[in-house]
Write a protein that binds this ligand. Sequence first.
Ligand SMILES: Nc1ncnc2c1ncn2[C@@H]1O[C@H](COP(=O)(O)OP(=O)(O)OP(=O)(O)O)[C@@H](O)[C@H]1O
Length: 467
Amino acid sequence: MSDSFSSLGLSNWLLKALKTLGIQNPSRIQCETIPLILSSRRLDVFGCSRTGSGKTLAFLLPIIELLVRDPRPYFALILSPTRELAHQINQMIVALTASTHAVKSLLVIGGEDHEEAQGLWFGKPNVVVATPGRLVDHFYNRNFLDVCGHKASLRFDCLVLDEADQLISSGFAQQIKDILTFLDDMSANTNHRRQTLLFSATLTTALEELQKLIAKKASGEQPVVVNLLPTIDDVKRELATNEDLDQRYVLCPESVKFVYLIECILDLSFRQLIIFCATKKEAKLIHKVLISLGLDRSDFNLNPVILNADMKQNLRFAALEKFRSLKSKILVTTDLANRGLDLPQVDLIINYNCPKSATVYVHRVGRTCRKPDFKTLPKVPQISETPVEEADDGTDGTDGPKSNKKFKRDSSNHLKPKKSQTVLSSKYLGKSITFVTQYDIELLKSIENFIETKMKAEVKLLFSQNL
Ligand SMILES: Nc1ncnc2c1ncn2[C@@H]1O[C@H](COP(=O)(O)OP(=O)(O)OP(=O)(O)O)[C@@H](O)[C@H]1O
């Protein structure tokens, strides 16, 4: 197996760009997929590896490499299920290509001014990163081809579906079909062949459907499947949680879940926390109560922010930016944020409700422990981990004795912050806590079976009980 980016076929200037971003050696999924994508056979590649393993660069690097070797407009179309993920992918393209003019990217997402965004196609971008709904609006707008020029120029050579299983399974299926129909129309009666790349951390039967859909127009050559999940033989099985993740549950009555949440926030140490809620309404309520309790006061330094689909796009980006730049330490959200978002400082995930499926669980907890996998690569030095600070309470963050800390309140009965929020030193890089009510016990067991891991009860909380 190749063990450096240069041996994967990437040019020196791209290696330099990677170095500037602090990225030295390829992760496993990158080693396996980049040479396939770059190969002259222009294979369709389907890459599957756990969350945080570096899939984004696995498809972006070969796309940029091919473009710089031979710049052409409308070379790659990258589809993403959420606007935030599309934006993140586009930011990575901008960061990687800061030193070249050969790559122009265009972001096509909902919530942006439609007319203005459509006009940007005039610039003949090389890479388009889009969410399916808005892209369909553009493609099927009657002025679209006038804006873009001749049909022939719209023959994307490369189509990427990031989080491919979600793109086919959650209401996007028709839009994906419409996009494929449009692309096929653009290259009808030509021998243009599109290379299709699918990436995901979970494999589902829906994905097989997508493969079939794409295979229809392909040259007959089968896609190459690179499955780095532990159960290589069984593609229907999804297993993608990280062994560096400390997975816990708390059994709590539905009516007082909020009290447990506050206890988690005050008693557990974290750098950044994401609270996943079942609905937008629940997320809004929790965020509102956290603010009314004063957690946005400067002495807490937590500044909870909310991200949900009801918010205007500029507010969604602003909230995410505040969280990404560490001005906020708590993000309250829904499954809108469960896919793909790369927020490396997040070390605690709270599932305020037990996720309704193991796939949702895997993606939610995948927002922490985001370190690519280098372990099985020979001769590659281990990347240095961000040093973890010692806890100010002297505990080691493992299954230690119950914390005997009580909520600290001042005389006016307002919540008071702990001395500081620091990260516990532990063999784990992150932690997830799933709130489980008596009605969720079967669900929890099915998730445990699925991830082949028995979750431990969170014993640090005052109220926690074992199952
Ligand atoms: N070779 C590498 N060396 C060091 N860091 C890397 C490398 N490749 C990617 N990263 C970093 O690892 C983090 C996770 O990568 P990425 O977001 O691509 O994961 P992913 O597999 O797409 O996750 P998800 O399934 O959640 O979408 C990012 O911060 C990325 O910049």
